[in-house]
Design a protein around this ligand. Structure first.
Ligand SMILES: NC(=O)c1ccc[n+]([C@@H]2O[C@H](COP(=O)([O-])OP(=O)(O)OC[C@H]3O[C@@H](n4cnc5c(N)ncnc54)[C@H](OP(=O)(O)O)[C@@H]3O)[C@@H](O)[C@H]2O)c1
Length: 325
């Protein structure tokens, strides 16, 4: 079978199509004949700097849709030929993908394989950021960084559906603002001025919840935009900054809280909790609350192009690799 791997860290060119042995499922696993794979920012981080990579060569890809090919010992409720979407720890850039059955999902009602490939990573994550960790209540205000990207597109719509009184987004360029404004956001600011903008539009009060995938200085400035009793949820480090350690002085004065979330870590530490979260989150797509547009689709052999587009910070919504069919 064909797969995309890298032997060394670097620019998108390190992604190569290889002929690989077709895998068989172990106990508790299935293999999937892949039709689409989603592209995530974490795939770029893996390729460029080894994020979550244990050894080389490495095959990226965290989410896939397709048909169950074979079922391992002990797996119940999945059968060969069934259409599914799956969250995997890596390896989805391939014609055949191995997945733990606990994170393999029958397609949500009414959704096709193409849409379903976009869901496993970002939809449960956005749901968890707002609800399970961020504990958003109706009437509160929210600020989301990376508002036009995969997570951001979902988070804006979910925040609005939860009754947020205002949903603010942050993007790196004005060109991306239009996309965010169509997906739940009331106003969109740019990275350099967002803290002042938040103070201006909230009359100095600040926001109740900040979702931060950037880290570093952006995280620090986000903390300063929190209202009394505000929460910030850290879920990425796109800036590549040193990890920031939360200290008492930043938190005590106004009763602020900082939380964190990683969908991949949850899949390892509490897979049943991740499954329940994903099922809740997928319903918001099936019932039309959330629309996550695919804005570009590439052949498997063009994975480097997809990485260039996302890495150039001009992509919006979701990028897909078309693997077969
Ligand atoms: N913790 C989790 O469970 C989890 C799960 C999924 C994703 N994530 C994180 O969520 C973020 C979005 O992921 P995605 O896959 O949906 O990607 P995406 O948002 O579709 O695309 C990448 C995003 O990163 C931002 N970005 C790129 N380079 C950056 C830089 N140097 N500094 C700051 N921002 C930069 C871009 O926003 P602008 O150009 O507008 O700034 C863009 O929105 C990523 O940071 C990812 O690691 C975390």
């Amino acid at each position: 079978m064909r797969a995309v791997e890298f032997q060394e860290y670097g620019a998108p060119e390190v992604l190569k199509v290889v002929e690989a042995e077709t895998p068989e499922p172990g106990p508790g696993q299935v293999t999937i004949d892949a039709v689409y794979a989603g592209v995530n920012f974490a795939d770029l981080k893996a390729r460029a700097e080894g994020y979550r990579v244990e050894s080389l060569p490495y095959r990226p890809g965290l989410e896939v849709s397709g048909r169950v090919r074979a079922v391992g010992d002990g797996v119940e409720g999945l059968r060969p030929g069934q259409e599914v979407a799956a969250l995997v720890g890596g390896g989805a850039y391939a014609e055949v993908v191995v997945a733990d059955a606990v994170t393999v999902f029958p397609l949500p009602e009414g959704l096709d394989l193409r849409t379903s490939a976009t869901l496993p990573t970002v939809v449960p994550t956005a749901h968890a950021l707002l609800h399970e960790v961020g504990r958003l209540r109706a009437g509160e205000t929210v600020l989301v960084h990376g508002a036009a990207g995969g997570i951001g597109t979902v988070a804006g719509q979910l925040a609005r559906a939860a009754g947020a009184s205002a949903v603010y987004g942050v993007v790196s360029s004005a060109a991306k603002a239009e996309h965010a404004l169509k997906h739940g956001y009331d106003e969109v600011f740019t990275t350099d001025t967002f803290a002042d903008d938040v103070r201006r539009v909230t009359g100095g009060r600040g926001v109740d919840l900040v979702l931060d995938p950037v880290g570093g200085d952006t995280l620090q400035r986000g903390l300063d935009t929190l209202a009394v009793f505000g929460r910030l949820v850290s879920f990425g480090n796109a800036s590549g900054s040193e990890p920031w350690h939360v200290g008492q002085p930043e938190l005590y004065a106004r009763g602020r809280s900082v939380g964190g979330f990683s969908v991949l870590s949850l899949a390892q530490s509490a897979p049943e909790a991740l499954r329940a979260l994903a099922e809740r989150a997928f319903r918001t797509v099936a019932d039309g609350t959330v629309n996550l547009p695919v804005t570009a689709e590439f052949a498997l052999s063009e994975a480097a192009e997809a990485h260039r587009l996302m890495g150039g910070r001009t992509s919006t919504g979701k990028l897909l690799l078309r693997i077969s069919g």
